[in-house]
Write a protein that binds this ligand. Structure first.
Ligand code: NAD
Length: 455
C-alpha cells in the first residue's frame, strides 16, 4: 500500500519505518526541515533502539522517503496517518493545532478516496473535528471526495518502540459505521493483517471509544505509579520497605508486578499531559475525575521528594555542595527529556546554590537544550551546571550522588570506585536501584524512596 505518515517524531518515525519494513511504500512528512535533512542523510534525530537499522534497510530498499513536501505527501498515501504532537495547552487540554493543520493539508490537496488515521493521542471528539476540517477544505475548493477518519491510537513505549510496534499487545481501531467507514475498515484490516497472523490482536470499536481507550490506558498506568509513590512516602514514615510491599502485592495475579515501582515521579511526553488532558475533557463535559486529579497532584509532589530528602539531610543552603546526577532522560533507553523529573530536581539544587555535574548515557544533548530553556532567566544557576562524559567522572569530588533514571549501567556500578570518587559515601536514589542492607554493609549512606527512611 502507499502510506503517508504526517509527523516524523517518536511515533511517526517508528510507524513509518515498521510499516515500510513489511513491504509498504511509505512517505514520511515533517514540517521540520532539519529533521528531514538528518533522516535523508542516513542519520536519526532520536535515540530509539533498533530504529536506525529499520530505517536504513528501508531507505536502501526505496520503500521509505522523508520530505517536507505537503502536496506530494497527500498525493502519495491512500492512508494518511496523523502522528503529530498534541502537547498540553496552557489550561492542560490537548493542543490540537498540529492535528488540525495536518487535516487542513489533507483536505487542501486530496484528489481521491483517503483513509485518514488519527495516531496522535487526541481527546474524544477529535476525529469528528478532523472530519469537519477536511470537509471544510474540500468545500472551499468546490470538490467532493470520499474519505473516512479512523482512530488508531498508538501504545508503543519509547525505548522499546520498534518491538512494541511490530509485536503489539493490541491494535485498537475505531471506525465509523457509514459507507466510507466500512471501506476504511477493510483497508485497515488489510494493512494490519500481517500483525494478526498468529492471533487476532485488533480490537474493533467505535471511534469515540478508541479515542478514549488511549487516555484510559495511560491514566491507569499513571494511577498505579502515583498509588505506589503515595504508599512509599508513608512507608518511609512508618519504617516499612515499599520493595517488600511491592513484591507482596504484585504476586497477586489480579494486581501483577508491572508498573508498581515507587520513584521520583512519572514524566515523559505522555503520562503527565494525557492525565491532564483527560481531566480537562471531563471538566468540559461537566464531569470531575477525582482519582485522576489526585494522581496528578501526587505526582507533582513526588517530583519534589528527593530534593526534600537532600535538604533534610544537608540543609537548605547547598552553596558549598556539588552533586553528581546520574540519569537525565525521563526513563532508560530514550533521549526524551519531556517532563523528566531530572529537570525539576536539578533546578531545585541549583536554586539552593549547589553545583551539579550531570551524566546520562544518551540524553546529554537534549538535556542541555531542555534545561537551558527552563532556566533561561537564571544564567547564574546555569553556570553551576556541567555535564560529564562518563558516569564515574561525574562523581569525582561530589558531596553526593543523586540517581534519577534507572539505566542498566547504573544498576551494578563499581562501588569501590564510586566511594573513592565521592567526598563522602552518600547516595540519594530516586529509582530504588540498590538494596539498603548491601549499602549499609559497604558503608554507603543510602536514601531511597519508601525503603523505611535513611540507612
Ligand atoms: P514528536 O514531537 O516526537 O513528533 C511530532 C512531529 O510532528 C514533529 O517532528 C513535528 O515537527 C511534526 N509536525 C508537527 N506539525 C506537523 C504538520 N502539520 N505536518 C507535518 N509534521 C508536523 O511527538 P511524538 O512523541 O511522536 O508523539 C506524537 C503523538 O503520538 C502525540 O499525540 C503523542 O501523545 C502520541 N504518542 C506518543 C508516544 C510516545 O511514546 N512518544 C506513544 C504513544 C502515543
Amino acid at each position: 500500500m502507499n502510506l503517508t505518515i504526517i509527523g516524523s517524531g517518536y511515533v511517526g518515525l517508528v510507524t513509518g519505518a515498521c510499516l515500510a519494513d513489511i513491504g509498504h511504500d511509505v512517505f514520511c512528512l515533517d514540517v521540520d526541515q532539519k529533521k528531514i535533512d538528518v533522516l535523508n542523510s542516513g542519520g536519526i534525530p532520536i535515540h530509539e533502539p533498533g530504529l536506525r537499522e529499520v530505517i536504513a534497510r528501508n531507505l536502501a530498499a526505496n520503500r521509505l522517503k522523508f520530505s517536507t513536501d505537503v502536496r506530494a505527501a497527500v498525493a502519495h498515501g491512500d492512508v494518511q496517518f496523523i502522528a503529530v504532537g498534541t502537547p498540553p495547552d496552557e489550561d492542560g487540554s490537548a493542543d490540537l493545532q498540529y492535528v488540525l493543520a495536518a487535516a487542513r493539508n489533507i483536505g487542501r490537496y486530496m484528489t481521491g478516496f483517503k483513509v485518514i488515521v488519527d495516531k496522535s493521542t487526541v481527546p474524544v471528539g477529535t476525529a469528528l473535528r478532523v472530519r469537519e476540517t477536511v470537509a471544510a477544505e474540500l468545500a472551499a475548493r468546490g470538490e467532493e471526495h470520499m474519505f473516512s477518519v479512523v482512530s488508531n491510537p498508538e501504545f508503543l513505549k519509547e525505548g522499546a518502540a520498534v518491538d512494541d510496534f511490530t509485536r503489539p499487545d493490541r491494535i485498537v481501531l475505531g471506525c465509523d459505521e457509514d459507507v466510507p467507514g466500512e471501506k476504511a475498515r477493510e483497508v485497515m484490516r488489510r494493512l494490519y493483517a500481517p500483525f494478526n497472523r498468529n492471533h487476532e490482536r485488533t480490537l474493533w470499536m467505535d471511534v469515540r471509544s478508541a479515542e478514549f481507550t488511549k487516555y484510559a490506558a495511560n491514566a491507569m498506568l499513571a494511577t498505579r505509579i502515583s498509588f505506589m509513590n503515595e504508599l512509599a512516602n508513608f512507608a518511609d514514615r512508618i519504617g516499612a520497605d515499599i520493595e517488600s510491599v511491592r513484591r507482596g502485592i504484585g504476586s497477586d495475579p489480579r494486581i501483577g508486578y508491572d508498573f508498581l515501582y515507587a520513584g521520583c515521579g512519572y514524566g515523559g511526553s505522555c503520562f503527565p499531559k494525557d492525565v491532564e488532558a483527560l481531566i480537562r475533557t471531563a471538566a468540559e463535559n461537566s464531569h470531575e475525575l477525582k482519582i485522576l486529579k489526585a494522581v496528578s497532584s501526587v505526582n507533582d509532589a513526588q517530583k519534589q521528594v528527593l530534593a526534600q530528602k537532600i535538604i533534610a539531610r544537608l540543609g537548605d543552603d547547598l552553596s558549598d555542595r556539588t552533586f553528581a546526577v546520574w540519569g537525565l532522560a525521563f526513563k532508560p533507553n530514550t533521549d526524551d527529556m519531556r517532563e523528566a523529573p531530572s529537570r525539576t530536581l536539578i533546578a531545585a539544587l541549583l536554586a539552593r546554590g549547589a553545583r551539579v555535574v550531570a551524566y546520562d548515557p544518551v540524553a546529554i544533548r537534549d538535556a542541555k537544550r531542555a534545561i537551558e530553556l527552563d532556566l533561561q532567566d537564571e544564567p547564574e544557576w546555569l553556570a553551576r551546571l556541567t555535564f560529564a562524559n562518563e558516569q564515574m567522572e561525574a562523581v569525582k569530588n561530589a558531596d553526593a550522588l543523586v540517581i534519577l533514571t534507572e539505566w542498566k549501567a547504573f544498576k551494578s556500578p563499581d562501588f569501590d570506585s564510586l566511594k573513592k570518587g565521592l567526598k563522602v559515601p552518600l547516595i540519594f536514589d530516586g529509582r530504588n536501584l540498590y538494596e539498603p542492607d548491601a549499602m549499609r554493609e559497604i558503608g554507603v549512606e543510602y536514601h531511597a524512596i519508601g525503603r523505611g527512611g535513611a540507612f
